[in-house]
Design a protein around this ligand. Structure first.
Ligand code: PXP
Length: 258
């Protein structure tokens, strides 16, 4: 089984460009669920550049599937998580100057603070995931620090899959290396995590063209996707954009045989 969680931050980004009430990411979440999303993800950043506190509270009341709160391991955000009680909290690194979450969370840094946050979240009944690079050392640390899940960072795979030479004229660094070794690295990390009893999620940069090989990794039980779905929703509507992605994921998994 493989599920799709839709990240609605980019709807909030469009709203915040004008600092008015629309488009409402809470409405987008309802439509995503009608389109077949198994869950909704929202990242309440410390700088509140897209999602706002109000969104998180309303999503808690309205989302039927899994509500995943992406968050930095920072006291004010931990307190909000403890009050809102999402189903899942995914700890991510956060830098104010980044365009989006860049690398995975490096669990070698601040392990005691991370373990304390995990214990508090889990005591409140919230499952905890760490967004990490697909490295065995990070997977082992995730287990030691008490996570229920890891979310494997697919950004490097997506860069290799998408940045073919034909797009060099768009200012992106052309890439001639095959994405295949990165798929193998993700598959090895997924197998290592599952062997330790961790649930395995994956996400970042996944789109309608590159999602197949990641959906086929048998241990991956959830894909966390935002930008490509919200981008397509501008043209075909949120329900249809989610439906198309869900179909691709389910078909890829079926072709792999699990
Ligand atoms: N997973 C995590 C931890 C993220 O930070 C993001 C981006 O907010 C995503 C998944 C979704 O990435 P994208 O918007 O590129 O699909």
């Amino acid at each position: 089984m493989i599920e799709l969680s839709v990240n609605i931050d980019h709807v909030a980004t469009v709203r915040q460009a004008r600092r008015i009430a629309e488009p409402d990411p809470v409405a987008a979440a309802a439509l995503a669920e009608l389109g077949g999303a198994d869950g909704i993800t929202v990242h309440l950043r410390e700088d509140r550049r897209h999602a706002q506190d109000r969104d998180v509270h309303l999503l808690r009341e309205t989302v039927h599937g899994e509500l995943n709160l992406e968050m930095a391991c920072a006291e004010p955000i931990i307190r909000i998580a403890l009050a809102v009680r999402p189903d899942l909290a995914t700890l991510v690194p956060e830098r104010r100057e980044e365009i989006t979450t860049e690398g995975g969370l490096d669990l070698r840094q601040r392990p005691a603070a991370i373990a304390r946050a995990v214990a508090r979240l889990r005591r409140a009944g919230i499952k905890v995931s760490f967004f990490i690079d697909p490295e065995e050392g990070q997977v082992e640390l995730a287990k030691k620090l008490g996570a229920d899940f890891v979310e494997l960072h697919t950004g490097e795979y997506c860069r290799l899959a998408d940045c073919r030479p034909r797009i060099a004229d768009r200012g992106l660094k052309p890439e001639t290396r095959s994405p295949e070794p990165e798929v193998e690295r993700l598959a090895a990390a997924a197998a290592a995590a599952a062997a330790l009893g961790l649930g395995v999620h994956a996400g970042h940069g996944l789109n309608y063209r590159n999602v197949g090989p990641i959906a086929r990794i048998p241990q991956v039980s959830g894909l966390y996707i935002g930008h490509s779905i919200v981008g397509r929703a501008i043209f075909v509507g949120m329900q249809e954009a989610v439906r198309e992605m869900k179909r691709l994921i389910v078909e890829a998994r079926r072709s792999q045989g699990s």
